[in-house]
Design a binder for this molecule. Structure first.
Ligand code: C5P
Length: 222
């Protein structure tokens, strides 16, 4: 088999981002943050004031999307049309718009090849919702990472407070619940654990403990 691939899927806020960065560093593999691709697509759609309801207009934006990822100081910077949008794509507004356009089958199909291109030597860590089920069904190691909505909201809340942003816990929790619902109920590529994935609930684990567990498992396969 050519390129080793580890997929990590799960709902937003389960700790996939941090976990995948650690895995990519540990193995020296490339990292695909597929959520960032959906977020950049949503940002482009919003910037051009295209209505999310207008599927063919959304699709035209996606097909000409100019995206770049660059690694700076072990952090990944994201560019849309040559302009850095790393923090702009992290807002709740863009996350919600991403979740809406991500429900469109044609949008997902248009982004499929772009995502598969990330599978380059020496290997890939793929972070998302459907990495193990749809984008890389032949991945060597598949992980499904979850945590309760309350725990994920608590983490997000702490993260915002510590970055100096005023936050409302109840509002965060209801956004998380809404996005979970949107992502798991959509018809195309819904968020669900594939049968061959190892499922880990991180509610009462640190990300370091999750990392250790996955490395132990992955090392026995790769
Ligand atoms: O993971 P993140 O919160 O950045 O993803 C933003 C949104 O993009 C998700 O809520 C989901 O709707 C969508 N997404 C997806 N498939 C992926 C990654 C993200 O549908 N593989």
């Amino acid at each position: 088999r050519e390129i080793p691939i580890i997929t990590v899927d799960g709902p937003s806020g389960a700790g996939k981002g941090t976990l995948c960065q650690k895995l990519a560093q540990y193995y020296g593999f490339h990292l695909l943050d597929s959520g960032a691709i959906y977020r950049i697509a949503a940002l482009a759609v919003c910037n051009l004031q295209v209505s999310i309801e207008d599927e063919s207009a959304v699709l035209r934006v996606i097909e000409t999307l100019d995206i770049q990822f660059k690694t700076v100081d072990q952090k990944i910077a994201v560019f849309l049309d040559g302009k850095e949008v790393s923090s702009q794509i992290r807002t709740e507004r863009v996350g919600m718009a991403a979740s809406k356009i991500a429900a469109l089958g044609n949008v997902r199909a248009a982004l499929l090849e772009r995502q598969r291109h990330f599978a380059q030597s020496p290997g890939l860590i793929a972070d998302g919702r459907d990495m193990g089920t749809t984008v890389f069904p032949n991945a060597d190691v598949k992980v499904f990472l979850t945590a309760t909505a309350e725990e994920r909201a608590r983490r997000r809340y702490q993260q915002l407070l510590s970055s100096g942003v005023d936050a409302d816990f109840e509002a965060i929790l209801s956004d998380i619940q809404l996005r979970d619902e949107q992502d798991s109920k959509r018809a195309v590529s819904p968020l669900k654990a594939c049968t061959s994935a190892v499922s880990i609930d991180s509610s009462e684990m640190t990300i370091d403990a999750v990392f250790e567990k996955i490395v132990e498992y992955a090392d026995s396969i790769l």
